[in-house]
Design a protein around this ligand. Sequence first.
Ligand code: MN
Ligand code: MN
Length: 266
Amino acid sequence: MSRFRQINLLGLPYDQNGSYLRGPALAPDLIWQAFNSPSANTYNEQFEDLASFLSYDGSITIENFEKDIRDGIKKTLNRGQPLISLGGDHSVTYPTLLAHATKYPELSILHIDAHPDLYEDFEGNHYSHASPFARIMEAQLAQKLVQVGIRTATRHQHEQMKRYDVECIFMNQFQATQKIELKGPVFISLDIDVLDPAFAPGVSHYEPGGMSTRQLINFLQNQGHLNIIGADLVEYNPTRDVNGATAMVAAKLLKELATLILKSNE
Ligand code: MN
Ligand code: MN
């Protein structure tokens, strides 16, 4: 079914840049367990078994936040297959993009989140999970950033959007049928709190008025025209979950991201 034979999954068990709660460091292994749960199967909605395409390498050890994540992602990318990283809080996306941008200098980003994560810094933390896209844009790691599902932008963050020429589809304008227009290789950064907390209680920041799981899946399935070369799935917080329900949501979204990478257009 695919232009790639395999996608490598790498756990980034880091939550020290969260501004409110810890917990996402526990997420990677639990998402992989949910993907393999005997309560479900490993097929996507196109009758294809993803088990043979996904390989979980476990989690890397992170002592130096920027260097260890960047080098870990680089090492995995050097094996020649695309990668989906499992967070971790959203700060991991900056060092992740440091690695991807070396391989894909013309990269664009599709960022799906309740929050713009564009603070110049947050409570004095340059690497805060509220700031990764300010770091990414100031380092010019992406030629274009499109944000989807945003419903918490402050005046400062709105100014940051203008400063970095960010295209934003706010949640109150969102339609699952919308096709995003981006040229060249695209990285998807998916913060699970874009979903309404009713659908995904296992997150640190509850922001009501979000997408249903079905809306998000339909939106992702409508982006097959893009050349999606990698993704991350961040901000699942198992300490807030209810009976592992959000872990299953994360595993479902992992399937959708993997399917997009395997099938989207070059
Ligand atoms: Mn985020
Ligand atoms: Mn968020």
